[in-house]
Design a protein around this ligand. Sequence first.
Ligand SMILES: Cc1cc2nc3c(=O)[nH]c(=O)nc-3n(C[C@H](O)[C@H](O)[C@H](O)COP(=O)(O)OP(=O)(O)OC[C@H]3O[C@@H](n4cnc5c(N)ncnc54)[C@H](O)[C@@H]3O)c2cc1C
Length: 402
Amino acid sequence: MKQIIIIGGGAAGFFCASNLDEKKYSITILEQNSDVLQKVKISGGGRCNVTHACFDPRELVQFYPRGNKELLSVFTKFQPGDTMDWFDQRHVPLKIENDNRVFPESNSSQTIINTFLTEIQNKKVEVKTKCSVKEIEKQGEKYLVKTSLGDFQADYVVYTTGSSPKSLKIIENLGHKIVDLVPSLFTFNIKDELLQDIPGTSFENAEISIPALKTEESGPLLITHWGLSGPAVLKISAWEAISLAKAKYHFEIEVNFISKSMDEAEESFLNFKQSNPKKTIGQAKIFEVTNRFWQKVLDVSKVDLNKQVSNISAKEMQQILENLCRKKLKVTGKSTFKDEFVTAGGVDLKEINFKNMTSKILPNFHIAGEVLNIDAVTGGFNFQACWSEGWLISQHLNHLEI
Ligand SMILES: Cc1cc2nc3c(=O)[nH]c(=O)nc-3n(C[C@H](O)[C@H](O)[C@H](O)COP(=O)(O)OP(=O)(O)OC[C@H]3O[C@@H](n4cnc5c(N)ncnc54)[C@H](O)[C@@H]3O)c2cc1C
């Protein structure tokens, strides 16, 4: 029987193993840690955000700053609906939350882990833990996988090691080009009077732009103890991961907290002034922002909270609107989002055949998961890429004529 060696017992490796034809192959997973699926375990705050309820591949690829072109064909073959069916067939109920993230109904990542463990047990897949791969030697069309537990012969290698630099070096030594690793998905460190002392203040839909990069994102925004977070920040951090790393995380952003143009905001202000001239500005409810934030804006704009709206000068109004609609802030560093570090960079996608996730350089060698230069914003997309790629590999191997 031909031998498949899967290197890396994570999401991509296990999903591939769970779909391989055990009657055709002898399958072994090599994992350096003492436990497999450790990232699945801690994922989604222990709940495992398995996928995202977005069933149109064209829409889905928009969530992947790197890999969006390449994944289109992958998702036409296996997409979130297929992931949900796959778990359903194994009697794992999933639920779609309001923001379209999909979780196991149990709210426990252990449910997902148990499903994989049962699957590979049924298939008699061998799992070797504490087995660290040190080097891979190409021997004609086969491979000698050298590990801390000795050597393994492989007819087919499935390389799913995640993004550890050590494992990228191994594959680089085999001839693959590696795109430099940089963090993706991070929040912004900002010290500014406007954000001080109001952590927890949130905005339903704000706009953030980075003028130097001519880029803009919108979405919910959150003021934190250290600066700004929330989906709008995370999205822009992922899309601009490489440029922001080059800027050493020092750059200027412009924030529109209320998603209104200066003209629209001015109109709202003047309408309010006309109908409520006697109201004090501190109590005026002109825009959809919290009282705490409104008072902070007035404070920073040097406007007396007790002044009547009718007495607010044009200059003062301008200052208030500037702080609300186009506030310039200096970012001076980044922080990790809930420990969910995701890396951009990895194996260059030009060297992968996305019909079946085979290497264009190495025969009988498949690559999937975070080891590739593919990453997504939060929401279950990173796992979905692993499931889809792992599934493609399994189908390719299952249908090979050997
Ligand atoms: C805290 C956190 C929470 C997350 N939550 C979510 C979420 O809810 N939803 C989502 O979609 N994404 C989430 N992600 C991202 C997601 O976990 C990853 O995208 C995904 O795990 C990548 O899977 P993988 O199989 O490519 O790599 P991994 O899961 O990292 O697995 C690779 C495995 O290979 C092993 N390995 C590496 N090198 C070697 C070697 N030389 N020899 C032997 N074994 C080796 C590693 O030990 C590891 O077990 C989260 C990430 C983090 C850090």
